[in-house]
Write a protein that binds this ligand. Structure first.
Ligand SMILES: NC(=O)c1ccc[n+]([C@@H]2O[C@H](COP(=O)([O-])OP(=O)(O)OC[C@H]3O[C@@H](n4cnc5c(N)ncnc54)[C@H](OP(=O)(O)O)[C@@H]3O)[C@@H](O)[C@H]2O)c1
Length: 254
């Protein structure tokens, strides 16, 4: 059985990150989540984790400001000591993200920079700066998207940044393998969360039916379809899985 570890989940206040926090807590791990603006939702997730008998804390982190990472790491070290009695953590889940549907011909440089900072640059430098605070034998899981494999019009910037994360995953896996830290990608298909203005949850019935019909398992994804995959990758049993992209999409657009 896996002994108790500490997971840091960015964007753990809602949606998939919230689900990952609960799934990992149920496996016996302590949890640190980050939120950007919705502190109340983050506090509610902390309470849910604590209800499972595990420790939890929430820290503010704005991935659109990569310059803030150094300060965030200082706060992380402080909360590790104060609230968890440890100086290192074990699992880094790079999950925070935003969505927007922007046709290629209408994308602005500001759109590009925003997605690049949140989905790529912050993941790159947060991971780099978090590594000295991670125990050997840990896990890094980067959340990508099915849209790196198939095209969803309006997602050119978003999917390009997610593609960059998938390449980065293999590089980090190779370069830190000596520390016995595995690095993998989980790529969800469409899931009903607040993502992209709840674009999947509130989509017209025609689009929802089309998404379900294009999925081998015949329905749209739910947060519960994703958290357990991340928890599995953090388990001892998954210790030999490294540098891989695991799509959790019910088999969409096969
Ligand atoms: N839902 C899908 O269909 C889907 C499919 C494939 C991949 N994904 C990926 O899965 C991840 C989670 O998505 P989700 O569906 O859970 O989205 P969500 O429900 O909208 O939650 C987004 C999370 O990211 C945080 N966040 C937003 N902007 C941020 C910023 N600038 N800096 C730091 N954190 C920020 C939010 O914090 P606040 O609560 O404070 O705003 C929240 O915790 C994203 O990387 C997304 O690209 C989602």
């Amino acid at each position: 059985m896996t002994s108790s570890k500490i997971a840091l989940i960015t964007g753990g206040s809602r949606g998939l990150g919230e689900n990952m926090a609960i799934a990992l807590a149920k496996k016996g791990h302590d949890i640190i989540i980050t939120y950007n603006s919705q502190k109340e939702k983050a506090d509610a997730v902390v309470k849910q984790v604590e209800a499972t008998g595990r420790k939890a804390a929430a820290l503010q982190f704005d991935a659109s400001q990569p310059g803030s990472i150094k300060k965030f790491i200082t706060e992380l070290k402080s909360i590790l000591t104060k609230s968890f009695g440890r100086d290192k953590f074990d699992f880094l889940i790079n999950n925070a993200g935003i969505g927007a549907t922007i046709p290629f011909e209408k994308s602005s440089e500001a759109d590009f920079d925003s997605f690049m900072n949140i989905h790529f640059k912050s993941v790159y430098f947060l991971t780099q700066q978090a590594l000295p605070v991670m125990n050997d034998g840990g896990r890094i899981i980067n959340i990508s998207s099915g849209t790196t494999r198939f095209v969803n019009p309006g997602y050119s910037i978003y999917a390009s940044m997610k593609g960059a994360i998938e390449v980065l995953t293999r590089y980090i896996a190779k370069e830190i393998g000596s520390r016995k830290i595995t690095v993998n990608v989980v790529a969800p298909g469409p899931v009903e969360t607040d993502f992209n203005n709840a674009g999947i949850r509130n989509a017209p019935a025609e689009r929802r039916n089309m998404l379900a019909a294009n999925t081998a398992l015949g329905r749209i994804g739910q947060p519960d379809d994703i958290g357990g995959v991340v928890a599995f990758l953090c388990s001892d049993e998954a210790g030999w899985v490294n540098g891989q992209r695991i799509e959790a999409s019910g088999g969409i657009n096969l």
